[in-house]
Write a protein that binds this ligand. Structure first.
Ligand code: SMG
Ligand code: MG
Length: 375
């Protein structure tokens, strides 16, 4: 199968409410979608980079640039298959989210042509996945309690609170006091602390959290290992885990007792499977992270989360958690779970009319042969 070209869509999805983390507030999801076009059909990929390099070094304009300049040209002349796409893209350093988007589009078209669902290809063992929800930093504790109460009423099986210095122990205590000890609760700091804050992390121990996600900067594996010795709550890494190699190192160093897997952060769904396997073989549980995906990325995440070692609920919430209108059929929560798509490929397609309405920019990148690596 040859690539005729790629259609890049830049879409703007308004959020149902602002989402605040330790690195900023988001009111719109600025998404880059990749449509891979071949003679045997097309496939969709979603780039999870954010507008600005705050979660990681990647950002949407840079992802579009590297896709146009390097990744699409690198696929010229390649016989597209599940085994050929990664080696062609991995010649380039970094840009994991851009690579993951292109790989996802190729996997979708290839697997659709073969009639194989992505979940089956990845090694899924479940037909539904348990879902948690990520709750942003709020201005006040009462607002937070309202939000958490609403999500619990919807049936979410786990609550994740975003924390930052000044918004940590008190909101956790308030949620525990209001909703009780049975709620599965965890926190995510998005790198907002340093080892000087160890007392704050220790102060979270009495609340029986499932985990503390990424308290320290992403490159500080030794810091996380040191912190893990001092707190009882398991440390989970997100931003730090950029590949299966890093996952192995983090685990061996004692820096991660649990791992958040995001395909975009590790360069694609196939690399995500390697991270899953590296963790599984070391007895480290994983769960599926989220990057406010549209129904396209959500479909692929749910397929990934159906693999055996995804034993904790993921940030795989329903479409309506973020969007009044999704580009695909909305994902809906049923008894705290989402159904794993069963159709071939990622199993969902964008609605053309919704996509057209949300599209701010569209560009065709021909998949022609050429020396893409000339410097
Ligand atoms: O998709 O529900 C989602 C987002 C979950 O909190 C979430 N993601 O660090 O895990 C994380 C954040 C990254 C995105 S925040 C802009
Ligand atoms: Mg995180």
């Amino acid at each position: 199968m040859r690539l005729d070209g790629v259609e890049l869509y830049r879409i703007a999805m308004p959020l149902v409410s602002p989402f605040r983390t330790s690195f900023g507030v988001q009111t719109t999801r600025d998404v880059l979608l990749v449509r891979a076009v071949t003679g045997e059909g097309d496939g969709w990929g979603e780039c999870v980079a954010m507008s600005a390099p705050l979660y990681s070094a990647e950002y949407v304009d840079a992802a579009a640039d590297v896709i146009i300049r390097f990744l699409v040209p690198a696929l010229a002349g390649v016989d597209l298959d599940v085994t050929t796409v990664r080696p062609a893209l991995d010649r380039f350093k970094g840009h994991s989210m851009a690579k993951a988007a292109v790989e996802m589009a190729v996997l979708d078209v290839v697997l659709r042509a073969r009639g194989v669902p992505l979940a089956a290809h990845l090694g899924a063992v479940r037909t539904t996945v348990d879902c948690g929800v990520s709750v942003g930093v709020m201005d006040t504790v009462p607002e937070l309690l309202d939000a958490v109460g609403g999500y619990l009423d919807e049936g979410y099986k786990r609550i994740k609170l975003k924390i930052e210095p000044g918004w940590d122990v008190e909101p956790v205590r308030a949620v525990r006091e209001r909703f009780g000890d049975d709620v599965a609760l965890q926190v995510d700091a998005n790198t907002a602390y340093t080892l000087a804050d160890v007392a704050t992390m220790v102060a979270l121990d009495p609340f029986d959290l499932l985990l503390i996600e990424q308290p320290l900067p992403e490159d500080d594996l030794l810091g996380h290992a040191e912190l893990a010795k001092q707190v009882d709550t398991p440390i989970c890494l997100d931003e730090s885990i950029t590949s299966a190699n890093v996952a192995r190192a983090a685990i061996e160093l004692g820096a991660a007792q649990i791992v958040n897997i995001k395909a975009g952060r590790v360069g694609g769904y196939l690399s995500a499977v390697e991270v899953h396997d590296a963790c599984a073989s070391r007895g480290i549980p994983v769960w599926c992270g989220g990057m406010l995906e549209t129904g396209l990325g959500r479909a692929a995440n749910v397929a990934l989360a159906a693999m055996p070692n995804f034993t904790l609920p993921g940030d795989t919430s329903a479409s309506r958690r973020y969007f009044a209108r999704d580009v695909t059929e909305p994902f809906e929560l049923v008894n705290g779970t989402l159904a794993v798509p069963t159709e071939p490929g990622i199993g969902v397609r964008p609605h053309p009319d919704v996509l057209a309405e949300l599209t701010e920019d569209k560009r065709w990148i021909p998949g022609m042969a050429g020396d893409s690596t000339a410097l």
